[in-house]
Design a protein around this ligand. Structure first.
Ligand code: 5GP
Length: 215
């Protein structure tokens, strides 16, 4: 087990409805030492990518993205979930279905913060069905920027998001992949790291093929 999996086993709580609560260390109260370790691990995994910006979505992606950004030495842009009077100028907008809140959100990024010269690492706390990520990818693509990779803290491997995003050819690295959990016993089963690495390698090869075709 890696450091994040160990922490999930220690402090994560499995709820009914396939929800894993990590609010004591990741997305409500935040353990900054742990976030820093995660940031360093994202930097290690994406060291070969020319990342100049990190994109995330409010609210719970922001803390993780900001600490990761210290390791990449780049700014963070976070997509907003509602129109606010502070948003001005032209915007990129995508529709996203919320897994936890069961509603449709518009996610919005001001056009002045993302453009064709940007090489973006997308970071978020959870990957479930992939709706949030697909919204962020859509925003990056509308801006003409490049998605260099996607870093996720916890992927729920028994939901379809990871498969969909990897099949689209994106380089997706999840620090912990939960393959099953039981709300009655509290048991959490993680994907074997070797199996996860093989999937990431296959994904990287696909990525290479994709850019080869584009050249
Ligand atoms: P998706 O769009 O991939 O279906 O869901 C991703 C978003 O839903 C994440 O940004 C996260 O905020 C939330 N989410 C999905 N599953 C869980 C979960 O099991 N626990 C928590 N805490 N949040 C989740």
């Amino acid at each position: 087990m890696n450091f994040l999996e160990e922490r999930i086993v220690k402090d994560g709580v499995v709820k009914e409805g396939n929800v894993l609560k990590v609010d004591s260390f990741l997305n409500h109260q935040m353990d900054i030492g742990l976030l820093d370790q995660m940031g360093a691990e994202f930097k290690r995994r994406f060291a070969d990518r020319p990342v100049n910006k990190i994109l995330t979505i409010e609210a719970s992606g922001i803390g993780i993205a900001c600490i990761a950004a210290r390791h990449f030495n780049v700014p963070v842009v976070f997509a907003k979930k509602s129109q606010s009077i502070n948003l001005d100028g032209d915007m990129y907008v995508a529709e996203v279905e919320s897994f936890t809140h069961k509603c449709i959100n518009h996610v919005i990024v001001a056009q002045k913060f993302l453009g064709p010269k940007d090489h973006v690492l997308i970071i978020d706390d959870f990957l479930a069905n992939g709706c949030a990520l697909q919204g962020l990818i859509q925003i990056v693509q509308s801006s003409g920027a490049t998605v260099e990779g996607i870093g996720i803290a916890v992927e729920k491997g028994f939901q379809s998001g990871g498969r969909i995003i990897r099949n689209l050819g994106f380089r997706l690295e999840s620090l912990a992949i939960v393959d099953g959990m039981n709300a009655e016993t509290g048991e959490i089963r993680f994907r074997d790291q070797e199996k996860a690495d093989t999937e990431n390698t296959v994904c990287r090869e696909k990525d290479i093929c994709r850019s080869a075709t584009l050249d």
